[in-house]
Design a protein around this ligand. Structure first.
Ligand code: GLN
Length: 290
């Protein structure tokens, strides 16, 4: 209901009260009856006002998009010093959505909980360097791809670890984040084939914890399998290095709830539009120039 509608309703209610008071005065009704009438009018008015107030709230919520991410994945999503979540994905999806008139909120959720959160409407879109896979396509809808990646093997700088082929991984404890394509690669290629014992496969909730363990030393974890651009970002800090590339040809997409075609179309249109502007080049420069 708009302002005009509200005014009309209130005016009608006012006329109604006036008419009632006049008519009651004329008929000289009992005081008790008057009180009852006035009480019910006040009740109706309260309901009208309440409904208007509520509809105002829904309108505001409809315009708000909750972005779910796992802020442990630089340069795509990570926490700045002041703890705000920034990164290539976050800036990009925020730009796409705010350009289309939405307000946005970013929520930091474990990677493995992102798809369930989307399915239960706790979030509206996933921006988490999420690879478009056949399996995930059964559960969510993906935007057009916006970034390519492979997997890479990270080890600590200065420790006697010799990994030059996939086969060499069997000699070490290998870590990955639960629910990721890196985790699935280790599981399917090494553990399921018997090349790596499951005791030597360490699952982490967060990749930042995996890298922290790697830096502590091989007694915690010897090697981590992680998306190549993120491996690069961690390696730039100097404590860890990439020793092997694993070609998996992955594409990242933003995910929406299955069937949310309206939001998906808006994201795809926005992505195409942003790619045609210098905002895109600036974003690449900001997060990938080294
Ligand atoms: N691209 C990987 C995947 O989709 C890792 C994503 C992540 O850890 N944020 O599984």
């Amino acid at each position: 209901m708009n302002f005009f509608g509200v005014t009309i309703v209130l005016l009608l209610q006012y006329l109604n009260i006036t008419a009632l008071i006049i008519s009651t005065n004329l008929r000289v009704r009992s005081i008790m009856e008057n009180k009852k009438k006035i009480f019910s009018i006040v009740l109706v008015l309260a309901m009208v006002i309440g409904t208007v107030a509520l509809s105002g709230c829904t309108q505001e919520d409809e315009n708000k998009i909750i972005i779910g991410t796992s802020a442990d994945f630089p340069p795509f999503e990570f926490k700045a010093e002041d703890q705000t979540i920034i990164g290539f994905d976050i800036d990009l999806i925020k730009k796409i959505l705010t350009d289309q008139g939405y307000t946005v909120e970013v929520q930091d959720i474990g990677f493995d909980s992102l798809i369930p959160s989307l399915q239960t409407d706790k979030i509206d879109v996933i921006a988490a360097a999420m690879t478009i896979t056949e399996q995930r396509l059964q559960e969510v809808d993906f935007s057009d791809p916006y970034y390519d990646a492979n997997q890479a093997v990270l080890v600590k700088v200065g420790v006697p670890i010799n990994i030059t082929s996939i086969e060499d991984l069997k000699n070490y404890t290998v870590g990955a984040q639960t629910g990721t394509t890196g985790w699935a690669w280790v599981n399917d290629t090494l553990v399921a084939t018997g090349k790596l014992s499951s005791d030597n496969f360490k699952s982490y909730d967060l990749y930042t914890d995996a890298v922290a363990d790697l830096i502590i030393g091989p007694e915690r974890v010897g090697a981590i399998v992680i998306d190549s651009p993120v491996a690069q970002a961690f390696a730039e800090k100097g404590n860890v290095k990439i020793v092997l590339d694993i070609i998996t040809n992955e594409n990242y997409g933003f995910a929406v709830k299955k069937g949310n075609t309206e939001l998906l179309a808006q994201i795809n249109e926005g992505l195409t539009a942003v790619k045609a502007t210098t905002y895109w080049d600036d974003l690449i420069e900001e997060y990938f120039a080294s």
